[in-house]
Design a protein around this ligand. Sequence first.
Ligand code: ACO
Length: 429
Amino acid sequence: MSKNTLTVTDNRTGKTYELPIENDTIKAMDLRQIKVNPDDFGMMTYDPAFTNTASCKSNITYIDGDKGILEYRGIPIQDLAEHSTYLEVAYLLVHGKLPNLTELKDWVKNITLHTFVHENVKKFMEGFRHDAHPMGMMISTLGALSTFYPTSKNIGDPEEIRISTHRLIAKMPTLAAWSYRHLLGMPYVYPDNELSFAGNFLSMMFKVAETRYTPNPAVERALDVLFILHADHEQNCSTNTMRSIGSSQADPYSCVAGATAALYGPLHGGANQAVLEMLDKIGSKDKVPEFIKSCKAGEGRLMGFGHRVYKNYDPRAKIIKKLADEVFDALGRNPKIEIALEIERIALSDDYFVQRKLYPNVDFYSGLIYEALRIPMDMFTVLFAIPRTAGWIAQWAEMLNDKDQKIARPRQVYLGARGQNYVPVRDRK
Ligand code: ACO
């Protein structure tokens, strides 16, 4: 009869250990009993970058990378992208279920009421250098928000968590748009609470002298769908940072500042920019075969292709590809799309990419849409951070309620020197 255990034999001692299996995992701490001598520390696992370590149990986002499945709280991303709005999805992530009509109205009202920031926030944003990168401005300003809401550090108080959740989701677009206006040297635009979440963001980005900015409905919807697609992606680098900082019981503004910093890196939030640069470098459709040949020869990577988890078409990329057509119908075709489509056509029928299961990822088409929306490259990662805030908060709140969690504190394998003598500086060679 099969048993839900794993038997491990330590060949150093000949001893056998039976470890319980739960949810297809063993507890790393169960290995600690494996010792050669009673005073040994015990066995650990070595897993740089946590490539095969589950750091938590979660009920928020499900990914099956082989089948190309992504679900938030069990609902397929395709259904959410087609039928939902970003704010409804944010509620779903944070509360674990879709809201009824009254809950949705209250939620939207609460988020909308918190879009404004203290005037002093505006003042210190104005103090950044004229060409400050918007992500740098976001990280610092988010950290500074914790000084405006000192009681937010009472993370045991559900009311504090509730209000910080509303504030963070609501204020991200305001800070994001202002960091962009700063780059342009244009006056910051205050939120327009009559507009939708995405519409208000577009207004704060692009309003000039008109009394009221009217967003193009196709652009507003496209942005909202992009927000839905980027709202969560389980234990990625920035979410792991959010949980890690949160595990020390820091306030949520400091946690989101740290998560935003993790997202800033080109390996995480910056790949769509690399795709546009690659398309610019290729220049025209007829140069694609030559470029693909160079990638296969190891002279560079096909940016926007491949994923650590998805070994199939990234489900978000499929939705974005369709969205790109809708945006181009409304705003005109981005000429780079022809190069992108040719890359996809050739790569998906090429043995090199097929054998390695390299498919377009979320970043392959998103940059083309942002470009069509007249959003500059420096803002791409900021546009990722706005919706990911809902995921970060949901993951952080889940961690706070998880009795298994403690302060994050990995172990190390120490390979350095021991027992060295301290030599005074005058005696050193
Ligand atoms: N172009 C060409 N070859 C590639 C690519 C690519 N984009 N991606 C992987 N390969 C090849 C590798 O050279 C390797 O080949 P080999 O077995 O002959 O050595 C094989 O495929 C496996 O590659 P790994 O680097 O081991 O795959 P990993 O899962 O570690 O990397 C990653 C995933 C980083 C996304 C990679 O595919 C890549 O660099 N892609 C391009 C950058 C990109 O689009 N990043 C965005 C990811 S989505 C996101 O972060 C939101």
